[in-house]
Design a binder for this molecule. Structure first.
Ligand code: BTN
Length: 256
């Protein structure tokens, strides 16, 4: 069970709690399509039977150990070409929440959150476009809180980081407050440069040498920025040219 969050402006005024569901993103989409998905509504579940990740992957999480929820947003002031800003504010909100526990947090482009080079959180954002604007955005977030073992490399949880089991309700309140604050920033047109600067300042590989897999080769390079479209800008070592890549074109390789 999760309680309504007080003192937020938009996000968390209405919480729909489900002990189990297929995917909170699917439930949030159904609410929107049936006309009852108010902006800021959060759908949260203890368990998902068909949790979805990016690029068609599955999001697996032990029941009642972690946070799995989706938020309905209607960022009507954001132009379609600027939709990566939604990813950026969500990544920053999760960064802000985890930063309360550790200074080892990094955003891994586009919006995975890593602590000490292990993934703690992933986001699946599904935007619906109507005409020239975003009619609604469903922001699905998974944050590993109390699960201790994963059976996959480079995945961890907040409990592993802090050495303590955490209160899911308290961590849920924290992330909802952080999302509300960052979402307010997105709605203020004079804050967009600040969002992009904050995102870059916490981005893994920004202005530092990291490894990529590109066209079946391992190449080192530095991330020089992220385009407004969301493409990552990379300068491979030995080159002067800056190349831009979408999600499926380049892969991260961790330094040994
Ligand atoms: C990823 O890193 O691949 C994204 C994972 C997103 C998982 C969350 S859990 C809540 C919401 N419901 C889903 O089915 N997926 C997202």
């Amino acid at each position: 069970m999760y309680n309504t969050i007080h003192n937020t402006l938009i996000i968390g005024k209405k919480i729909i709690y489900l002990p189990t569901c297929h995917s909170t993103n699917d439930i949030a989409a159904e609410l929107v399509h049936s006309g009852i998905g108010e902006e800021g509504t959060v759908v949260i579940a203890d368990n998902q039977t068909g949790g979805r990740g990016q690029r068609g992957t599955v999001w697996q999480s032990e029941s009642r150990q972690n946070l799995m929820f989706s938020v309905i947003l209607r960022p009507v002031s954001i132009a379609i070409e600027q939709q990566f800003l939604i990813s950026q504010v969500v990544a920053l909100a999760i960064y802000d929440m985890l930063r309360e526990h550790t200074d080892q947090v990094k955003i891994k482009w586009p919006n995975d959150i890593y602590v000490s080079e292990k993934k703690l959180s992933g986001t699946l954002i599904e935007n619906s476009i109507q005409g020239a604007s975003i009619s609604h955005s469903i922001v699905g977030i998974g944050i590993n809180i109390n699960q201790l073992t994963f059976g996959i490399d480079r995945i961890s949880s907040l409990a592993n980081v802090t050495g303590n089991q955490m209160s899911l309700q308290e961590e849920f309140e924290k992330i909802i407050r952080c999302l509300d604050v960052r979402y307010q920033q997105l709605l203020r047109s004079n804050q967009l440069t600040k969002i992009r600067e904050d995102y870059l300042s916490h981005l893994y590989g920004y202005q530092s040498s990291v490894l990529f897999r590109y066209q079946d080769k391992i190449i080192s390079g530095i991330v020089t920025g992220v385009a407004e479209s969301g493409q990552i800008l990379v300068q491979f070592s030995g080159e002067t040219e800056i190349r831009s890549f979408g999600l499926k074109e380049i892969e991260w390789v961790w330094n040994a």
